[in-house]
Design a protein around this ligand. Structure first.
Ligand SMILES: O=C(O)c1ccccc1NCC(=O)[C@H](O)[C@H](O)COP(=O)(O)O
Length: 210
């Protein structure tokens, strides 16, 4: 068993969340921000309640007022929130919740901002103008070369069962996150989820550091 963590994001119903957890996902993400994958707090709560224990429940937000995030997190029973907008280090500091801050892989300068954030982990996602996440686009993973984040790194952006092995071998992240790459016609596909988890874990059996 490897220590790589795997998060499946953009879950929209309890059955798929449960199936992903049984397939070996460590964390399940629900998008509570404008997106074709957006769920209501009530739906997110149902998904959270259906998950087995030991699976991390992640709520994804984009520039949502802090009090609203706190209320939704409490209502749903989220373990951690993932912030995909322009939330500042002070916003994260004052939120009173465990946070993952997402940063776009725009350039080295953007990624170096990670050091300013008092958060549990940094998620690095593809930079796509006008979009905040879930784009299915990859980025140049070498942008992360020798980047000493001082925080656990979650790699995201266009990962698929086909490329996750290469990504993990090159970047050696703490965790990987996927949404589009495990969908067929915009719907999560349990076969792709299972294949993604298998490929991600396989590479850890020979990649040093896991
Ligand atoms: O997934 C969305 O629709 C989304 C919308 C707005 C902000 C964040 C969003 N997703 C966050 C995620 O954690 C995704 O898994 C991550 O961006 C990677 O997505 P993908 O490139 O599709 O695998």
């Amino acid at each position: 068993m490897s220590s790589l963590r795997i998060k499946i994001c953009g879950i929209r119903d309890p059955r798929t969340g449960y199936a992903a957890a049984l397939a070996g996902a460590d964390a399940i993400g629900m998008v509570l921000a404008p997106s074709r994958r957006q769920v209501t707090p009530e739906q997110a709560r149902e998904i959270c309640q259906a998950l087995p224990p030991m699976v991390t429940r992640v709520g994804v937000f984009v520039n949502t007022p802090a009090e609203e995030v706190r209320q939704i997190a409490h209502f749903c029973g989220l373990d951690i929130v993932q912030l995909h907008g322009q939330e500042s280090p002070d916003y994260c500091r004052n939120l009173g919740l465990r946070c993952i801050k997402a940063l776009p892989a725009r350039d080295r300068h953007t990624l170096e901002q990670a050091r300013l954030y008092p958060v549990s982990a940094i998620l690095v996602d593809a930079f796509v103008k006008g979009q905040t996440g879930g784009t299915g686009c990859t980025f140049n993973w070498h942008l992360l070369d020798d980047l000493d984040l001082k925080l656990p790194l979650i790699l995201a952006g266009g990962l698929t069962p086909d490329n996750v092995g290469r990504a993990v071998a090159l970047v050696r992240p703490f965790a990987v996150d996927v949404s589009s790459g495990v969908e067929v016609n915009g719907q999560k596909d349990i076969h792709l989820i299972t294949a993604f988890i298998k490929r991600a874990r396989e590479v850890c059996t020979y990649a040093a550091g896991y």
